[in-house]
Design a protein around this ligand. Structure first.
Ligand code: ADP
Length: 268
């Protein structure tokens, strides 16, 4: 795919987000993208059916972004042909008192999809090295140990047939402003704004630094990050739908054999 080299970073290489253009389109037009999205989304539906029947693998899609980055829109569009029976979205919020009483991966592990399923994380384990770090919610020696812990956790998932795909939706500060303004002026979108959106925007640079560290330190062969140009929603939807389809195809999914000898079945 046209963007393959641009959105993936070699494991071990330091990520500098200023080198990734959130407006990038790789020479693709909106019309071309929309036609390809339609096709990819349809394929995704078919492949999910096969994943469900095959029951050997699970797929975990991690979505991370700054506020108004488009996580909800991605889920709505890219997953529109997926059978809800085999798909579960989990949105991670400020930890409840029960969650906070456990290690940070406790609530995450419980939400990992079972074999045959697609799981989508709307925010994820990465909040514990992002918001937690930016807002000093735990001491540095605690959050700094978590990159290795996350890598070990994702490696366990990989070894247990959970394919982990991590997408960082990369928007610019101007685009965030535009989306916030839309949420303020459109009464139907007012509910989407929260006070933390504004305090977090003031910490844009700190978040960028925290993201760069997470994207650098937790970018592995088995659980890679994709840095998705996301100012244009169609570009974002195109890349994510095509990458998920590609990952599903690589699994070489197949329908299992019948569990009974069908030649002996007699129907009246
Ligand atoms: P979203 O912005 O994802 O649509 P919300 O507006 O409810 O949903 O925001 C969820 C909030 O929960 C975010 O501010 C996020 O930083 C916060 N959050 C998620 N995980 C954690 C965590 N582990 N520790 C602290 N805050 C968290």
């Amino acid at each position: 795919m046209k963007w393959a080299r641009e959105i993936a970073v070699k494991p071990g290489k330091k990520v500098d987000l200023s080198r990734f253009n959130p407006d990038e389109t790789f020479g693709i037009t909106e019309d071309e993208a929309n036609a390809d999205i339609k096709e990819a989304v349809k394929k995704l539906g078919k492949l999910q059916n096969l994943l469900y029947a095959d029951r050997r693998y699970a797929v975990l899609i991690v979505l991370q972004a700054l506020d108004a980055g488009g996580k909800d829109g991605t889920i709505k569009h890219v997953m529109s042909s997926v059978n809800p029976q085999g798909c579960k979205v989990t949105s991670f919020k400020v930890p409840s008192s029960e969650e906070a009483a456990h290690d940070f991966l406790w609530r995450i592990h419980k939400a990992v999809p079972g074999r045959g399923e697609i799981g989508i994380f709307n925010r994820s384990q990465y909040e514990d090295v992002l918001v937690t770090r930016v807002h000093d919610l735990v001491p540095k020696d605690v959050w700094s140990g978590r990159y290795d812990q996350i890598n070990s956790f994702e490696s366990i998932l990989n070894q247990n047939n959970v394919r982990v795909l991590k997408f960082y939706l990369h928007i610019s500060k101007d685009e965030q402003k535009r989306r916030f303004e839309e949420r303020i002026t459109d009464p139907a979108k007012n509910w989407k704004i929260s006070a933390s959106d504004f305090t977090d925007r003031e910490r844009w640079d700190d978040y960028t630094k925290a993201y760069e560290d997470a994207l650098t330190k937790c970018n592995t062969e088995t659980a890679p990050w994709y840095i998705v140009p996301a100012n244009k929603k169609w570009m974002r939807n195109l890349i994510i739908s095509k990458e998920v389809v590609k990952a599903l195809k690589e699994m070489k999914l197949r329908t299992p054999e019948a569990s009974i000898d069908l030649s002996k079945v007699k129907l009246d």
